[in-house]
Write a protein that binds this ligand. Structure first.
Ligand SMILES: *[C@@H]1O[C@H](CO)[C@@H](O)[C@H](O)[C@H]1NC(C)=O
Ligand SMILES: *[C@@H]1O[C@H](CO)[C@@H](O)[C@H](O)[C@H]1NC(C)=O
Length: 413
C-alpha cells in the first residue's frame, strides 16, 4: 500500500499520475463537442500578455511578510503571477500585447487565524492603477479594457467579506472596464460583471496528491460532507448561514445511514472523498468552496447546492454532465433525488470525472501543466480576442471617474 502510494506520487511528479492511474477499472470518457475540446486548447500563439513591472511592495514584499498566503484558497493571485513570468504567452514588447497584467496581491492580508481581510485592497489597487497609468500609455488608451486583474477574494473586486457590504460597495470603480479573473461567480450579482472569468479556488496540488489512494478502491460511502452546518461563531442567532441550505442538510439527514456528514474534519478527509460516490458542495459564505475542486480531483460527483452559481470555466468544463445540481429549496429531497439517479448515469459521470483534463483544469500546479487552470485562464482571455474597436478611447476621452467610491478608498496606500 505504501509503495503503491509512493509510485503514484512519483508519477504525479512527472505529470500524469491521474492518466496513468486511470486504469481498466475506472475507464475515462471525454465529451466530444465544444466543452471537452476547448479544455485541451493550447493558448500559446493565441494571445500575448504584457506583465507590468511593479515595485515589490505590491506583490513579493507582501508575500514575504506572510508566507501563509501561498497555501491559502486565494493563492491563485500569486501563482498566476509566477506562471506568467515564464509563460510563452508573455511578451516584453507592450506594443504587441493583447492583454496587460498587473501583478498585485490584494488578498494576501491575513488575520492571525488566516482569514483574508480585503480592507486595504481598494487603496492598493488604486495606487497600482495610478502607477501604471502614469508610467505607461496603455491604461489611458482603453482605461483598462485590455487589462486583466486576478481578484480571487470572496466577492471579487467588491472587496468586502460580508455580502451586504460587498453589494453596497460594488466593483471598484476603476476596474469597471477591466476583465476580472475571480473565484466569485453568481448570476445577477453586482460583484460579477459580464465578461469576467470565473476560476476555481486554490487547493494545494501536492497535498491532494499525497493522499491519493488506488483508483480501484470501492466507493462505499454514498454521500459525504465535512464542514459547518451553522456558523455560530459569526452569527449568535444560531446561524442563518449559507441561506439555510447547510442547516437543512443536517436537520434532514443527520441520522440517515446513506449520509456520512459531520463537522469533524478527519485526517482521512481526502481519502474519504475518494471512497465516496457523491460529495456535497453547498454554498457557504460564498457560493463555492474548495470542496468543488477536491470533489473533481478525487472523482467524487459534486452535488452543487448554490442557486445561481457560476462555476469555474463554465464555458469549458461540462458541469451539467459531471455534477448534480440541486436547488437550495430541494435539500429536504436530497436523498430521493440522489437515490433515483440511474447507475448508468452515475457511472458516466464517474468516467468523465476520471478524465485527467477535468482535474488539471481545476488546479494550479507547479510547474504548470498543459490544460491546467493557468491555461484555462489564458484560453478564456484568448477567446475574448480580438478586442472590439470601441474599447480604444478617442484622444483624451475619459469614462472612469477617479474620485468615485467611498472616501476611505481614495486615501493614498
Ligand atoms: C493618463 O491620464 C491621466 C489623467 O487622467 C494623466 O494624469 C496621465 O499622465 C496619463 N498618462 C500618460 C502616460 O499620459
Ligand atoms: C465623480 O464622482 C464624484 C463622487 O461620486 C462626483 O462628485 C463627481 O461629480 C463625479 N465626476 C464626474 C465627472 O461625473
Amino acid at each position: 500500500m505504501r509503495i503503491c502510494m509512493w509510485v503514484l506520487a512519483l508519477l504525479f511528479v512527472f505529470g500524469f499520475a491521474w492518466e496513468v492511474g486511470a486504469d481498466q477499472n475506472v475507464p475515462t470518457e471525454r465529451i466530444s463537442g465544444s466543452a471537452g475540446d476547448v479544455l485541451e486548447d493550447d493558448p500559446t500563439g493565441r494571445l500575448k500578455v504584457y506583465v507590468y513591472e511593479l515595485p515589490n511592495k505590491y506583490n513579493k514584499k507582501i508575500l514575504q511578510k506572510d508566507p501563509r498566503c501561498l497555501n491559502h484558497m486565494f493563492a491563485a493571485e500569486i501563482f498566476m503571477h509566477r506562471f506568467l513570468l515564464s509563460s510563452p504567452v508573455r511578451t516584453f514588447n507592450p506594443e504587441e500585447a493583447d492583454w496587460f497584467y498587473t501583478p498585485i496581491y490584494t488578498t494576501c492580508d491575513l488575520t492571525p487565524t488566516g482569514l483574508p481581510l480585503p480592507f486595504k485592497s481598494p487603496r492598493m489597487m488604486r495606487s497600482a492603477i495610478q502607477l501604471i497609468s502614469t508610467n505607461w500609455p496603455y491604461w489611458n488608451r482603453t482605461e483598462g479594457a485590455d487589462h486583466f486583474f486576478v481578484v480571487p477574494h470572496d466577492f471579487g473586486a467588491c472587496f468586502h467579506y460580508q455580502e451586504e457590504k460587498a453589494i453596497e460597495r460594488g466593483i471598484l470603480p476603476l476596474l469597471q472596464r477591466a476583465t476580472l479573473v475571480q473565484t466569485f461567480g453568481q448570476r445577477n450579482h453586482v460583484c460579477l460583471k459580464e465578461g469576467s472569468i470565473t476560476i476555481p479556488p486554490y487547493a494545494p496540488p501536492q497535498k491532494m496528491q499525497a493522499h491519493l489512494i488506488p483508483q480501484e478502491t470501492p466507493r462505499s460511502i454514498f454521500v459525504y460532507f465535512r464542514g459547518l452546518f451553522y456558523d455560530i461563531n459569526n452569527d449568535p442567532e444560531g446561524g442563518y448561514y449559507a441561506r439555510g441550505a447547510r442547516a437543512a442538510v443536517w436537520e434532514n439527514f443527520k441520522n440517515n445511514p446513506l449520509f456520512d456528514i459531520s463537522t469533524d474534519h478527519p485526517t482521512t478527509y481526502y481519502e474519504d472523498m475518494q471512497r465516496s460516490i457523491f460529495c456535497l458542495c453547498p454554498l457557504g459564505w460564498a457560493p463555492w468552496s474548495p470542496r468543488l475542486v477536491e470533489a473533481v480531483v478525487f472523482g467524487c460527483i459534486p452535488v452543487i447546492i448554490a442557486d445561481d452559481i457560476v462555476l469555474p470555466f463554465a464555458d469549458a468544463i461540462p458541469w451539467e454532465e459531471i455534477g448534480v445540481f440541486l436547488a437550495e429549496e430541494d435539500v429536504p429531497n436530497l436523498d430521493t433525488i440522489l437515490t433515483s439517479i440511474p447507475p448508468e448515469v452515475i457511472l458516466r459521470k464517474q468516467r468523465l470525472l476520471a478524465n485527467p483534463s477535468m482535474k488539471w483544469a481545476m488546479m494550479f500546479p507547479q510547474p504548470a501543466q498543459p490544460g491546467d487552470a493557468f491555461h484555462q485562464i489564458l484560453n478564456g482571455l484568448a477567446r475574448k480576442l480580438p478586442h472590439a474597436q470601441s474599447v480604444y478611447l478617442k484622444g483624451g476621452q475619459k469614462i472612469l471617474n477617479w474620485t468615485e467610491g467611498p472616501v476611505g478608498d481614495l486615501k493614498p496606500w
